[in-house]
Design a binder for this molecule. Structure first.
Ligand code: ZN
Length: 354
């Protein structure tokens, strides 16, 4: 009886111990398992955070680059528009001036002839009067033989078309001016050197031709210009002293007064040239051969001295095609075609000190 009772008590004890152990151990094990899981999740969250930050940084960089390229595009478009607007204005003014000049010249010739005729009439017979008048007309003719001087200028080269342009200029035996940019010396050494070797004027435009950088400050502007001058000297041995502002001196891109840049150029002995005839070949899409030809010829015929703006750029193929037609006209109509030098009175939209 006793033994049986003790056995039962032992069994109860075992059951109680097992129950106590179970209620302690099971939550403990569960707790440990949960802690491990929380740890793993924390690690995963921090990995995701890091990844998100990396993507965010990349996005910022791409966005910044995009904004910069949009700003540059806007700058370039603004400069192009300004170039064209200025040229139209200059062309109008010049047409009016030329018209007045022509009238004055005509009047002067008529007056001279009349005066001579009157004097002769008083002293000799009628026949002699006619002779005198003829002589005066004949004397006036040779002066009209050279109708004008044309300086063809090519901006933004050298490039894929430079050799073809040089071939055409050689064929017509005329000289031009190349306002070049800072292109890779190894790729374009031949073009730079050929411009010089064939007697054309190697002139400076811009090393980077990046409006935002070039016009950021007077120092940045001169750094770009001197860098280009050194680049050209290293390749050709020529110290260039003629310059053309990207967008012209009348560009609206720069926030700094253009005269400050002009003074800095002057201090380095550099003269800048704008243009008074535009081929308008910088427009997009490109103009036809006929349009470029008409733009150049209609500008040239009104002037004694023309500085013609054209571009030496890969996609400006109609410029190259129009060139022989333009030269045909100039040569058969009494124009001399020359390269710019420092002795030529510069055509400047904004003049230093004005
Ligand atoms: Zn340019």
């Amino acid at each position: 009886m006793d033994a049986q009772r003790r056995k039962r008590i032992n069994l109860y004890k075992k059951i109680i111990v097992a129950f106590v152990l179970a209620t302690i151990l099971i939550p403990l094990i569960l707790c440990v398992a949960l802690f491990m899981q929380v740890g793993a999740l924390k690690k995963e969250v921090s990995n995701l955070n890091q990844l998100r930050n990396e993507y965010y940084t990349k996005f910022e960089e791409i966005n910044a680059a995009l904004q910069e390229s949009l700003a540059l595009k806007a700058d370039a478009e603004a400069a192009d528009n300004q170039e064209n607007a200025d040229l139209e204005q200059i062309a109008d003014v010049s047409k009016v001036t030329q018209g007045l000049e022509d009238e004055l010249v005509d009047e002067a010739v008529v007056t001279t002839i009349t005066d001579k005729a009157v004097i002769t009439d008083n002293t000799t017979e009628e026949k002699n009067t006619t002779d005198e008048a003829e002589v005066v007309v004949k004397q006036a003719k040779p002066a009209k033989e050279i109708k004008g001087t044309v300086y063809l200028t090519f901006d933004d080269g050298p490039g894929a078309n430079t050799h073809t342009i040089l071939d055409i200029l050689a064929e017509y035996d005329v000289k031009a001016t190349f306002f070049v940019n800072g292109k890779d010396a190894e790729t374009y050494a031949d073009e730079y050197r050929r411009i010089v070797a064939e007697g054309h004027t190697l002139a400076m435009h811009s090393y980077t031709h990046n409006y935002s950088k070039v016009y950021a400050s007077v120092d940045a502007f001169m750094d770009d210009t001197i860098r280009l001058r050194n680049h050209l000297y290293d390749i050709t041995g020529v110290v260039c002293d003629i310059y053309r502002f990207p967008g012209g001196s009348s560009n609206t891109v720069t926030k700094i007064n253009i005269r400050r840049f002009a003074e800095a150029l002057d201090a380095e002995g550099i003269v800048y040239f704008d243009w008074n005839v535009a081929s308008n070949d910088a427009t997009n899409p490109i103009l036809s051969v006929e349009e470029i030809y008409d733009n150049v010829i209609s500008g040239v015929v009104n002037r004694d001295m023309s500085v013609v703006l054209m571009h030496d750029l890969k996609d400006k193929v109609t410029t190259v095609e129009a060139l022989p037609l333009i030269l045909d006209y100039l040569k058969t109509n009494g124009y001399e075609v020359l390269a710019l030098d420092k002795d030529v009175t510069p055509v400047q939209h904004v003049k230093l000190g004005s």
